[in-house]
Design a protein around this ligand. Sequence first.
Ligand SMILES: [Zn+2]
Ligand SMILES: [Zn+2]
Length: 351
Amino acid sequence: MDTPHAYKELGLSPEASDAELKAAWRRLVAAWHPDRNPAPDALRRMQAINKAYQHIRQLRDEPDTAQAETDPEPASEPAPPPEQEPEAQAQPDGGPAPHVRTVRLSLEDTILGCTRSLRGHFTHTCTTCVGTGQRVLAQACSTCRGSGAIRKPTLFGWLWNEEGCPDCSGDGRQRAPCDDCDSTGEVRVAYHRRVRFAPGMRSGDVLNVPPAREGAADVRLELRVEVAPHPFFTLDEQGVLRCEMPVNGYAWMTGRWVEVPTPDGLQHMRLNRDAQVYRLAGKGFPNGLKGPRGDFIVKVVPVFPPLNDPAEEQLLDEWIARTSQASQADESQPLGGWQRTLKQWQAQHKD
Ligand SMILES: [Zn+2]
Ligand SMILES: [Zn+2]
């Protein structure tokens, strides 16, 4: 029922005061009450009058929310006019409201993609009874016979007071406990879904899982990805995967092989004393969702462990002596060339 129609039903203009509204409603209820009025459409008129009165009352009490209020309609009634569609429940795409939850993934999961088994539950307002715990039936309320009001005798036996019917909230319709929610007004929905996360998701990304039937409800999940901090991999703003790792400085100096962790597992990498930054092609983070993988950047930090005992010092001395000897023998090498220059200089300044 729209607002102009409601005023028309009560024979009022929208400027009518609250007192005039109440008086008109009482007058019409008295005139159309099925107890007194034998006309075949008395009940229907009675319901229309109550509906109009409630509509205007609601509008005046809560002018901002009255338009979005939903009016529970039994299935047997003709379809309501479009302006009465329950807008508060409607979703932009007409589906159920999504259940939002956060899913925490490891960095490896986001690089390689993963499948997660998600279990959970939530409650939502029962759609059958719109949260009231009671279904509205097509037949008239047995307490007030559909009038929406009950009469109580006053102290003087020939006068009657009219009060809103407590069993139907004044709309004149019979109520019954809602079986779909055990009269609680809320329905608990448990879900279990297997969800595939494509490679390349980042913190803050949202994954909308298409609705699926879970028991009596359609469940739509809206998953927010949160990537757990990693002990040694970092993903920079540009989506480049990086790792900084300490290496033994002697191994770095001598071009030894080391094991480097990659998202796919450990990998051998040969150190080079001229380089501290290494690029492992195709081992990094995907370029965009499901895109090819970028490069993985490894920065090595050479660490020279201190020599703690005489045996280590001696080993190092021997090693320096041996390598110097071999290197000094070759005069085309810097050390050999230097030794020759030094000897020539000494020979010139002998005396
Ligand atoms: Zn219910
Ligand atoms: Zn009633």
